[in-house]
Design a protein around this ligand. Sequence first.
Ligand SMILES: [Mg+2]
Length: 342
Amino acid sequence: MSQGVRTGPEGIGQALSTAYDTALLDLDGVVYAGGSAIAHAVESLEVARAGGMRLAYVTNNALRTPDTVAEHLTELGIPTEADDVITSAQAVARLISEQVPAGARVLVIGGDGLRVALRERGLEPVESADDDPAAVVQGYGGLDLPWGRFAEASYAVARGVPWFASNTDLTIPSGRGIAPGNGAAVEVVRIATGAEPQVAGKPLPPMHRETILRTGAERPLVVGDRLDTDIEGAFNGGVDSLLVLTGVTDGRQLLAAPPRHRPTYVDADLRGLLTGQPEVTADGDGFRCGGWTATALSDRLELEGEGESLDGLRALCAAAWTAAGEGSCDLDGGKALARLGL
Ligand SMILES: [Mg+2]
């Protein structure tokens, strides 16, 4: 089959946790949400690791250090070392270190995660545009970042000091709703200066490179909940991916995904690591998975049969993505998704 949920031989007939050597897991919406573990995450990761899979956590959030993230995961019941955590702060620090002299000063707009990552690369974090920085770096600074920090960044960037951003996620989920993320903070400086930063985080290559360098993964599987960061990052790196539906992506967004946003596998949650993924087959009647058959009509996607709702979604993805080719499917899948309760 051509454009369906790509069912490479790796994930058919054997658990993903044994077909791939390393899981590169996103955190928010995959492992935890609002500080609490997502259902089935703790047990599934434990079983995957016991079976020999290496677990690494890859986050665009540059605020917290790997130590802090590892402590949080360990408290949730997922024993984790700092070395198992890769942040966009580390990726951007490496990117900066390749473009400025050794030991250079870097003006930091952000949190401890950035400062620690810069020192790890031998760079010196400074706080003022008057400290003669060789670069400016912006990462998520949390709710207490003062407005004056954007002014410092703008003074230096407007002078022509090279500007870097850990990531450009526009929003960040919190227990109380959606808050502005580092991408929104970057926009503030962009509006003030008209300049353009170099960005490291998912879905861009510097983050993927940092992850592979630090984990040594040979057969990695990216696991995420977001199409435009996790799944696109995997696509850009030429790596297989598993989308879980415990975060921000729903069935409608998935069916409309252009090629760079199409995951290799789809599952409800991290239990998907422990199973072989079902095959989607195509014949004259449509795309079949489990007990379902999906077809693309002129104006809508149609679904017939019965069975596991995830199998229905997999069949629908194959029908939608094949119909859309290199584009984005605009056929109405609402009724079919409603049948699946998705
Ligand atoms: Mg996420």
